[in-house]
Ligand binder design. Structure first.
Ligand code: MLT
Length: 237
Protein backbone atom coordinates (compact mmCIF):
# COMPACT_ATOMS: atom_id res chain seq x y z
CA UNK A 1 0.00 0.00 0.00
CA UNK A 2 1.01 3.62 -0.62
CA UNK A 3 -0.40 6.37 1.59
CA UNK A 4 -0.21 10.06 0.89
CA UNK A 5 -1.67 13.03 2.70
CA UNK A 6 -2.68 16.34 1.14
CA UNK A 7 -2.55 18.74 4.14
CA UNK A 8 -4.63 21.28 2.19
CA UNK A 9 -6.74 20.82 -0.96
CA UNK A 10 -4.35 22.68 -3.29
CA UNK A 11 -1.67 20.08 -2.53
CA UNK A 12 -3.89 17.36 -3.95
CA UNK A 13 -2.70 16.73 -7.48
CA UNK A 14 -5.19 14.02 -8.43
CA UNK A 15 -4.59 10.28 -8.29
CA UNK A 16 -5.20 6.99 -10.11
CA UNK A 17 -8.72 5.65 -10.44
CA UNK A 18 -7.88 2.80 -8.04
CA UNK A 19 -6.89 5.09 -5.17
CA UNK A 20 -9.09 5.48 -2.11
CA UNK A 21 -9.47 9.13 -1.16
CA UNK A 22 -10.63 10.10 2.32
CA UNK A 23 -11.80 13.71 2.57
CA UNK A 24 -11.38 14.91 6.15
CA UNK A 25 -13.00 18.02 7.61
CA UNK A 26 -13.34 17.21 11.31
CA UNK A 27 -14.83 20.62 12.26
CA UNK A 28 -17.36 20.23 10.79
CA UNK A 29 -18.34 19.29 7.25
CA UNK A 30 -17.24 15.62 7.29
CA UNK A 31 -18.84 15.07 10.68
CA UNK A 32 -22.07 16.72 9.55
CA UNK A 33 -22.27 14.61 6.37
CA UNK A 34 -21.81 11.44 8.45
CA UNK A 35 -24.54 12.62 10.84
CA UNK A 36 -26.91 13.43 7.94
CA UNK A 37 -26.58 9.95 6.44
CA UNK A 38 -26.83 8.29 9.85
CA UNK A 39 -30.05 10.25 10.32
CA UNK A 40 -31.47 8.68 7.18
CA UNK A 41 -30.99 11.48 4.64
CA UNK A 42 -31.69 10.07 1.16
CA UNK A 43 -28.38 11.47 -0.10
CA UNK A 44 -26.23 14.57 0.27
CA UNK A 45 -25.44 16.73 -2.77
CA UNK A 46 -22.24 18.68 -2.06
CA UNK A 47 -21.83 21.93 -3.98
CA UNK A 48 -19.31 24.72 -3.83
CA UNK A 49 -21.53 27.76 -4.02
CA UNK A 50 -24.73 29.06 -2.52
CA UNK A 51 -26.46 30.01 -5.79
CA UNK A 52 -25.81 26.55 -7.21
CA UNK A 53 -27.30 25.00 -4.06
CA UNK A 54 -30.45 27.07 -4.41
CA UNK A 55 -30.76 26.24 -8.11
CA UNK A 56 -30.39 22.51 -7.45
CA UNK A 57 -33.15 22.66 -4.83
CA UNK A 58 -35.67 24.18 -7.26
CA UNK A 59 -36.97 20.99 -8.94
CA UNK A 60 -37.70 19.32 -5.59
CA UNK A 61 -40.94 19.64 -3.66
CA UNK A 62 -40.49 21.63 -0.45
CA UNK A 63 -40.86 18.55 1.76
CA UNK A 64 -38.27 16.55 -0.20
CA UNK A 65 -35.21 18.72 0.16
CA UNK A 66 -33.17 20.60 2.75
CA UNK A 67 -30.52 23.24 2.10
CA UNK A 68 -27.67 22.95 4.59
CA UNK A 69 -24.28 24.47 5.20
CA UNK A 70 -22.49 27.59 6.29
CA UNK A 71 -20.55 30.67 5.43
CA UNK A 72 -18.41 32.14 8.22
CA UNK A 73 -19.59 29.13 10.28
CA UNK A 74 -23.21 30.40 10.31
CA UNK A 75 -26.32 29.10 8.59
CA UNK A 76 -26.81 30.70 5.18
CA UNK A 77 -29.82 32.95 4.70
CA UNK A 78 -32.70 30.98 3.16
CA UNK A 79 -31.19 27.62 4.21
CA UNK A 80 -33.05 25.37 6.62
CA UNK A 81 -29.91 23.96 8.27
CA UNK A 82 -26.46 25.18 9.21
CA UNK A 83 -23.31 23.09 9.56
CA UNK A 84 -23.84 21.76 13.06
CA UNK A 85 -23.93 17.95 13.00
CA UNK A 86 -26.38 18.10 15.92
CA UNK A 87 -29.02 19.65 13.65
CA UNK A 88 -29.06 16.66 11.31
CA UNK A 89 -31.25 14.41 13.44
CA UNK A 90 -33.46 11.63 12.12
CA UNK A 91 -36.57 13.76 12.81
CA UNK A 92 -35.21 16.47 10.54
CA UNK A 93 -33.37 14.68 7.73
CA UNK A 94 -34.87 11.19 7.28
CA UNK A 95 -35.90 10.62 3.68
CA UNK A 96 -34.72 14.09 2.58
CA UNK A 97 -32.21 15.15 -0.04
CA UNK A 98 -29.66 17.45 1.62
CA UNK A 99 -28.00 20.01 -0.65
CA UNK A 100 -24.90 21.07 1.21
CA UNK A 101 -22.29 23.78 0.82
CA UNK A 102 -19.52 24.81 3.23
CA UNK A 103 -16.46 27.02 3.12
CA UNK A 104 -13.80 24.32 3.02
CA UNK A 105 -15.30 20.82 3.21
CA UNK A 106 -17.34 20.90 0.03
CA UNK A 107 -14.45 22.61 -1.81
CA UNK A 108 -12.22 19.68 -0.83
CA UNK A 109 -14.89 17.27 -2.10
CA UNK A 110 -14.95 19.16 -5.39
CA UNK A 111 -11.16 18.75 -5.68
CA UNK A 112 -11.48 15.00 -5.09
CA UNK A 113 -14.48 14.23 -7.20
CA UNK A 114 -12.91 13.34 -10.53
CA UNK A 115 -10.33 10.90 -9.24
CA UNK A 116 -10.25 7.71 -7.20
CA UNK A 117 -13.00 6.36 -4.97
CA UNK A 118 -13.92 9.12 -2.57
CA UNK A 119 -15.03 8.58 1.01
CA UNK A 120 -15.72 11.07 3.77
CA UNK A 121 -13.88 10.51 7.03
CA UNK A 122 -13.44 12.06 10.46
CA UNK A 123 -13.25 10.86 14.06
CA UNK A 124 -16.90 9.81 14.42
CA UNK A 125 -16.49 7.20 11.66
CA UNK A 126 -12.74 6.70 12.05
CA UNK A 127 -12.51 2.87 12.22
CA UNK A 128 -15.27 2.36 9.65
CA UNK A 129 -13.60 4.59 7.07
CA UNK A 130 -10.19 3.04 7.79
CA UNK A 131 -11.71 -0.40 7.18
CA UNK A 132 -13.29 0.82 3.93
CA UNK A 133 -9.91 1.73 2.41
CA UNK A 134 -7.73 -0.87 4.15
CA UNK A 135 -7.65 -3.25 1.17
CA UNK A 136 -6.75 -0.63 -1.43
CA UNK A 137 -3.30 -0.34 -3.06
CA UNK A 138 -3.17 3.41 -2.58
CA UNK A 139 -4.88 5.80 -0.19
CA UNK A 140 -4.81 9.59 -0.17
CA UNK A 141 -6.13 11.51 2.80
CA UNK A 142 -7.28 14.91 1.58
CA UNK A 143 -7.54 17.43 4.41
CA UNK A 144 -10.00 20.28 3.92
CA UNK A 145 -7.95 22.72 6.01
CA UNK A 146 -9.08 26.24 6.67
CA UNK A 147 -9.13 28.73 3.80
CA UNK A 148 -6.10 27.14 2.19
CA UNK A 149 -4.21 26.75 5.46
CA UNK A 150 -3.48 23.59 7.41
CA UNK A 151 -5.97 22.63 10.15
CA UNK A 152 -4.40 20.67 12.97
CA UNK A 153 -7.60 18.68 13.59
CA UNK A 154 -7.77 17.47 9.98
CA UNK A 155 -4.02 16.79 9.77
CA UNK A 156 -4.07 14.87 13.06
CA UNK A 157 -7.06 12.79 11.97
CA UNK A 158 -5.16 12.04 8.75
CA UNK A 159 -2.21 10.97 10.89
CA UNK A 160 -4.46 8.68 12.88
CA UNK A 161 -5.62 7.03 9.66
CA UNK A 162 -2.01 6.65 8.51
CA UNK A 163 -1.10 5.07 11.86
CA UNK A 164 -4.04 2.71 11.63
CA UNK A 165 -3.44 1.68 7.99
CA UNK A 166 0.36 1.55 7.68
CA UNK A 167 2.11 -1.81 7.77
CA UNK A 168 5.88 -2.37 7.64
CA UNK A 169 5.92 -2.35 3.85
CA UNK A 170 3.61 0.66 3.36
CA UNK A 171 5.15 3.58 1.49
CA UNK A 172 4.33 6.93 3.09
CA UNK A 173 4.93 10.28 1.46
CA UNK A 174 6.49 13.04 3.58
CA UNK A 175 3.14 14.59 4.52
CA UNK A 176 1.84 11.18 5.64
CA UNK A 177 4.94 10.75 7.82
CA UNK A 178 4.45 14.24 9.28
CA UNK A 179 0.75 13.61 9.92
CA UNK A 180 1.58 10.35 11.68
CA UNK A 181 4.14 12.15 13.83
CA UNK A 182 1.54 14.81 14.73
CA UNK A 183 -0.97 12.13 15.70
CA UNK A 184 1.60 10.26 17.79
CA UNK A 185 2.58 13.45 19.59
CA UNK A 186 -1.04 14.32 20.45
CA UNK A 187 -2.80 10.97 20.79
CA UNK A 188 -2.55 10.70 24.58
CA UNK A 189 -4.65 13.81 25.04
CA UNK A 190 -6.23 14.19 21.66
CA UNK A 191 -9.49 15.87 22.66
CA UNK A 192 -7.71 18.55 24.69
CA UNK A 193 -5.26 19.25 21.87
CA UNK A 194 -7.96 19.47 19.23
CA UNK A 195 -10.36 21.74 21.11
CA UNK A 196 -7.51 24.28 21.16
CA UNK A 197 -6.97 24.49 17.38
CA UNK A 198 -7.65 27.78 15.59
CA UNK A 199 -10.93 26.67 14.08
CA UNK A 200 -12.07 24.96 17.28
CA UNK A 201 -11.53 28.16 19.24
CA UNK A 202 -13.48 30.11 16.63
CA UNK A 203 -16.39 27.66 16.76
CA UNK A 204 -16.39 27.68 20.56
CA UNK A 205 -16.46 31.48 20.53
CA UNK A 206 -19.50 31.39 18.26
CA UNK A 207 -21.37 29.06 20.62
CA UNK A 208 -20.65 25.75 18.86
CA UNK A 209 -18.60 24.10 21.64
CA UNK A 210 -21.00 21.12 21.68
CA UNK A 211 -20.15 20.49 18.01
CA UNK A 212 -16.51 20.01 18.98
CA UNK A 213 -17.50 17.36 21.52
CA UNK A 214 -19.76 15.70 18.95
CA UNK A 215 -16.98 15.66 16.34
CA UNK A 216 -14.36 14.21 18.68
CA UNK A 217 -16.41 11.17 19.79
CA UNK A 218 -14.33 8.41 18.26
CA UNK A 219 -16.27 5.77 16.32
CA UNK A 220 -19.64 7.02 17.53
CA UNK A 221 -21.24 6.78 14.03
CA UNK A 222 -19.98 3.85 11.94
CA UNK A 223 -21.30 5.16 8.63
CA UNK A 224 -18.97 5.62 5.64
CA UNK A 225 -20.21 8.24 3.19
CA UNK A 226 -19.06 7.77 -0.39
CA UNK A 227 -19.12 10.39 -3.15
CA UNK A 228 -20.21 8.89 -6.44
CA UNK A 229 -21.63 10.69 -9.48
CA UNK A 230 -21.94 13.88 -7.47
CA UNK A 231 -24.00 12.33 -4.67
CA UNK A 232 -22.91 11.24 -1.22
CA UNK A 233 -24.54 8.04 -0.01
CA UNK A 234 -23.58 5.47 2.61
CA UNK A 235 -20.98 3.09 1.24
CA UNK A 236 -22.33 -0.46 1.12
CA UNK A 237 -20.64 -2.52 3.87
C1 MLT B 1 -16.01 24.12 6.39
O1 MLT B 1 -16.36 23.28 5.55
O2 MLT B 1 -15.37 25.13 6.10
C2 MLT B 1 -16.27 23.91 7.86
O3 MLT B 1 -16.97 22.77 8.06
C3 MLT B 1 -16.65 25.19 8.53
C4 MLT B 1 -17.52 25.05 9.76
O4 MLT B 1 -17.06 24.63 10.81
O5 MLT B 1 -18.70 25.39 9.70
Amino acid sequence: MRISVAPVPHEFAGCDAGTGIVVVDVFRASTTIVAALAGGAKFVLPVTDVEQAMRLAEPYAENEVLLGGERDCQRIEGFQLGNSPREYTREVVAGKVVIFTTTNGTQALAAAKDSGTTFIGCFVNFSAVADAVAGMDAVTVLCAGNNGRLSLEDFTCAGGLVTRLAKKTTQLDDAAQAARAAYKALQDDLARALVSTEHARRLAGLGFRADLEFALKLDSIPVVPRLHDGRIEPSPA
